[in-house]
Design a protein around this ligand. Structure first.
Ligand SMILES: C[S@@+](CC[C@H](N)C(=O)[O-])C[C@H]1O[C@@H](n2cnc3c(N)ncnc32)[C@H](O)[C@@H]1O
Length: 269
């Protein structure tokens, strides 16, 4: 499939329902709706707090790429950051606009834009943050280059991308390959066709290190601790215990679905 066509499909998928809103039953754009989104997100994905460290970016100029329904973006604003946000979809930007006006907050700039072609000058932001986004974009590497380009020298980049060698990816393989009689499907293929928008990718640690090797960044941390998704939070206790034991044996910080990457852009010579 050509990349423009795939990107259109990605856009259509996320325009149908903003990310994180699929399990929410409250009336759209009401206060209850947004509070349910926030409560659900941080119950299921509490690692976001220690990774993002929102309050450390008070007064800093930050860009969030792929704001989705805006739950993390809200935390940057609450922390007093100078907030810029983009998303590929109008639906996401509508969510954030309603959400910010409800709480009396203001983003410096919020717009529909593409991570592969950021509408910002180079060396612009103290921090660029993107949680669960660039693996959905057809050209993930181009998005990464763009992120580095707009970050100030010495600035911080925080990214979450999916980890292919994770327990969650294995569960997806069982569900969509093994149990469907397609044991020869790779994890890659399963995730491409059955993980959220079409064309989703997930990376290994080795691939990420290879990609980063030639880029003007220093890796501050690269970890994928077991998440609630890996630990089967929605299943009965015995399944959760089993997942817990497997995660402990395989390396707790390597088998999680969320690969969290913190980088620092190198200073120019
Ligand atoms: C899984 S959601 C994550 C949203 C949000 N970061 C969160 O964690 O809830 C993926 C988001 O990435 C956006 N997205 C996908 N490709 C993009 C691109 N090339 N540029 C900007 N946003 C993109 C989608 O529109 C969607 O809102």
């Amino acid at each position: 499939m050509n990349q423009a066509h795939l990107k259109n499909q990605v856009k259509n998928y996320w325009n149908t329902a903003a990310c994180g809103t699929e399990f929410i039953n409250q009336q759209k754009f009401s206060r209850e709706y947004f509070e349910a989104i926030e409560s659900f997100r941080y119950t299921i994905e509490p690692e976001i707090f220690s990774f993002a460290q929102f309050t450390r970016f008070h007064d800093k100029k930050i860009l969030e790429i792929g704001v989705g329904a805006g739950t993390d973006f809200l935390q940057w604003a609450r922390a007093g950051a100078d907030c810029y946000g983009i998303d590929l979809t109008e639906e996401a930007i509508e969510h954030v606009k309603h959400r910010f006006s409800l709480y009396g907050l203001q983003a410096t700039e919020l717009q529909v834009a593409d991570a592969e072609k950021l509408p910002y000058a180079e060396n612009n932001f103290d921090m660029v943050y993107s949680w669960g986004v660039i693996h959905h974009s057809p050209d993930t590497i181009k998005s990464l280059h763009e992120i580095i380009r707009v970050t100030k020298p010495g600035g911080t980049i925080k990214l979450m991308i999916y980890n292919r060698n994770s327990l969650f990816a294995f569960y997806r393989y069982v569900q969509y390959a093994l149990l469907k009689g397609k044991p020869f499907w790779s994890f890659k293929k399963v995730l491409y066709y059955h993980q959220e928008s079409p064309g989703t990718k997930a990376f290994t640690f080795k691939e990420v290190r290879t990609i980063l090797k030639d880029l003007p960044v220093t890796t501050i941390s690269l970890v994928a601790p077991a998440t609630k998704h890996d630990l089967l939070y929605y299943k009965a206790k015995p399944f959760q215990w089993l997942a817990y034991v497997i995660a402990s044996l395989c390396g707790w910080n390597r088998v999680g679905w969320f690969m969290m990457i913190e980088l620092q852009k190198k200073a120019e010579n």
